[in-house]
Design a protein around this ligand. Sequence first.
Ligand code: FES
Length: 452
Amino acid sequence: DGTTLDDLIMRDTNEVSLRVMTDEELYSHEMERIFAKTWLLLGHESEIPKSGDFIVRDMAEDNVIIARDRDGNVNVSLNVCPHRGMRVCLGEAGNKPIHQCIYHGWAFKPNGDFIGAPVEREKMHGNNVDKATLGLKKARVHLYGGLIFATWNIEGPSFDEYLGDIKYYMDQLFCRTDNGLELLGPPQRFVLPCNWKVPGEQSGSDGFHTLTLHRSLMEGGVMGGTAESIYDQAPGMYGVDVSCEQGHSLRCLEAEKTFKMFADVPFEGKSVEERLNLLTPPGITKEMIPQLFRNLSADQVEQLATIPPQVGGMFPNILIAFIFAPRTDGGSSGALALHTYVPRGPNQVEFVNFIFAEKDAPEQMKRDMLQNSIQQTGTSGTIEQDDADVWPVIMRNARGGVSKHMTLKYQALHGHERPEGWKGGGLLYPGFTKDDTQWNWWMAYHKLMSEV
Ligand code: FES
């Protein structure tokens, strides 16, 4: 209708039109310019340990088969038969050495290569066509701490380039132990009636909403550690938000200011190792602490011990939640969860909740972490259900004849400011109740949507 991207995302006034949440044409462009181009999270390699193991997931609206081949490689192939467009794999997970389409029987290897068709002697796959051209379309795959990422942008930025400066901080969560993370069971999934960008922009480290929407965490005694802590203390901002031009971000918060269980722990004057022993970041036992020093730089370990990254997101549709939670023997077993917000048309999103523990953690700790994650960020959890109440209401407003012309305000901008002595790179914003990181999310969105 003549509306341009700059009419919807107003870079001069830091506003976004509510129409972005419902516009069908915009959604169609997002499928091609964002979801067909960026790296997307699909799962974890611990889900497919053996040759032939597969899972079926979605890269936005594109359904894919993620399968381990005989060489042990993880492959991601479009689950669309090149013959007539049927889904080749109709299951959700399993083990198959061959994937055969039910429509006319074309068969494919776990890596997507075409094997053959029934009545092949009669050349039912074509007289003149090289078999090598008849395979499933293959995505480019990267494993990061065992997490399976894929992109259709074969010649585009590498995964490290996609992460940019945030990698230094992400490594502290995903690449810190010898044997990495393990997914605890299949992901939980549910569909919400809202556009993917409603939760997507919140995953750009919206710390502000925690004070109000998740107030029950403070009232229930989980969060809110000291006098300067976050409950009713919005002006006393603490912590540091880290971000980058790719739109990713993480909220780094001192544990003793955030969680009651650490409020009286004597961290003052302690060495990095002593702090780690008192803190035990989520999922790390005292015995595992030497692994942190082996896998991370001294500066990264120091950050993990003092002001660890906890919550944030990867553009476009991943939320990261590494949350401390009390353990009966002291310390924190915590919760490690990743959510993806998978578009299901302009008006729906599938919320996929991946729950992790470190592979080397004791079984009891894994059980605790599964329970903590389900209780906090699960489909019936105490945190995410707050959000699930809000997002669909925003969507209803985005459809109103008058209200859809409202604009979302991202004008609480602090500006990039490097705290003294800060070791990591990226864009840094002291405090956590601002719009900077979420505005960076929108700028990453604008950049990709502007590229043809
Ligand atoms: Fe798959 Fe025909 S559509 S074999």
